[in-house]
Design a protein around this ligand. Structure first.
Ligand code: NAD
Length: 357
């Protein structure tokens, strides 16, 4: 067994159906009275319900959420929290909404309760990201991890197919990269493998019937495990590629994940045969890269960068940006390989192992 270290992240999780009704009690546990409520427009009805339940405890509300947390939005949200004397942040929405909440607590010391409505997993991590001048910058800070997370499966039943597909693939990517992370450890690997299996189980049910409650529960459970894995170990080149595609070329994070993940798994396969064998087992397949490629298609995820509006002429620059961002990957990187991967992803070709450039 490899030597490892494992830092357990603090935080409370409530998981189930109808759990959103517990927001008031959970805020009591946090001993807070003046909430800034940040809600994705698609979760407006649930946010209205929370506001009704909490009454005068909601002192401010933000209902317009832009992707990738623009720096100006973060500053405006902090000013609103200051002006209204907020003593806690509550978010309800996907990773963009959670991200705006994180941008407040990063610079204002107050409790944070998050209610995720997608599978992105940001609610379980101490990672924040903000975008300015078309570049997304991320960092880790324990202050941004929500104190309490309420997972309510019912909030995800009507998640549109494109968001379901993209954020499921984002969750799957967190599990996959956690397995071969530089700081990998047996506890996180257990969570990540169980996450992969849950996401696969849930995908099958939800692909057949988008309102399948059991399938939705598996996806949300998998997303929780994926977020917890992401929160504990670093990621690798897959995430760096997706951040370039999102921050600089404006792709939705989930869409980028869906297209890129099979190719990165194919590339890293030779460097991590044992990890890939356990991943294959969790996916119930001999070929994890192909299994992931097919899972994305079964969910109706985008299949190529071309389909997402990327220009082929942008691929050289994107490859250069990925390389210059540096960072860990289990197999050494080479500009030609990244360019070749982006070329395959541009066309949506089936993944194949790449020889050394
Ligand atoms: P998102 O929050 O931008 O939401 C995607 C779309 O889904 C939006 O149009 C939103 O309106 C809609 N939506 C959300 N909930 C809905 C619901 N219940 N019903 C219908 N529509 C709904 O995207 P996301 O995929 O949740 O998150 C992606 C963002 O989160 C990216 O910026 C990514 O970088 C970030 N992220 C951060 C971390 C982290 O640890 N910091 C982890 C994962 C993702």
């Amino acid at each position: 067994m490899r030597q490892f270290s494992y830092d357990q992240l603090a935080g409370r999780v409530l998981f189930g159906h109808g759990t959103i009704a517990a927001v008031g009690d959970e805020l009591d546990n946090l001993d807070v009275q003046r909430v800034i409520l940040i809600a994705d427009d698609m979760a407006k009805a649930e946010a209205d319900q929370i506001e009704d339940d909490l009454g005068s405890r909601v002192v401010a509300r933000i209902g317009e959420i832009r992707p990738h947390v623009p720096v100006v939005d973060a500053e405006a949200a902090r000013h609103m929290a200051d002006d209204r004397g907020a003593d806690a942040v509550v978010t309800i929405g996907g990773g963009s909404t959670t991200g705006l909440g994180k941008a407040i607590v990063l610079e204002r010391d107050m409790p944070f309760l998050a209610i995720p409505t997608t599978y992105a997993g940001s609610e379980m991590t101490p990672i924040y990201g903000m975008t300015g001048d078309k570049v997304k910058r991320t960092g880790r800070d324990p202050r941004v991890k929500p104190n309490t997370v309420i997972y309510d499966v019912d909030l995800t039943l009507d998640l549109p197919a494109n968001v379901t597909a993209g954020s499921t693939m984002n969750a799957l990517a967190h599990c996959v990269e956690a397995l071969y992370a530089q700081e990998r450890n047996p506890i996180v690997s257990l969570m990540a493998l169980e996450g992969v299996a849950a996401l696969k189980r849930g995908s099958a049910g939800v692909a057949a019937d988008p309102r399948d409650g059991a399938g939705r529960a598996q996806l949300l459970y998998g997303a929780f495990l994926a977020g917890a894995s992401l929160g504990s170990v670093g990621m690798a080149v897959h995430h760096r590629i997706c951040h370039v595609l999102g921050g600089t070329y404006g792709l939705a994070h989930g869409d980028a994940n869906a297209v890129i993940l099979p190719y990165v798994v194919a590339y890293n396969q030779v460097a991590e045969p044992e990890v890939m064998a356990t991943l294959a087992g969790a996916l119930d397949s001999d070929e994890p890269d192909l299994a992931i490629y097919q899972l994305a298609r079964a969910l109706g995820a985008p299949i190529s960068l071309a389909e997402l509006g990327v220009n082929e002429s942008d691929l050289d620059r994107a490859a250069q940006m990925v390389l210059s961002n540096g960072g860990y990957n289990p197999r050494p990187l080479h500009r030609d390989w990244i360019r070749s991967l982006l070329g395959d992803a541009f066309e949506g070709l089936p993944p194949t192992s790449k020889p050394e450039p």
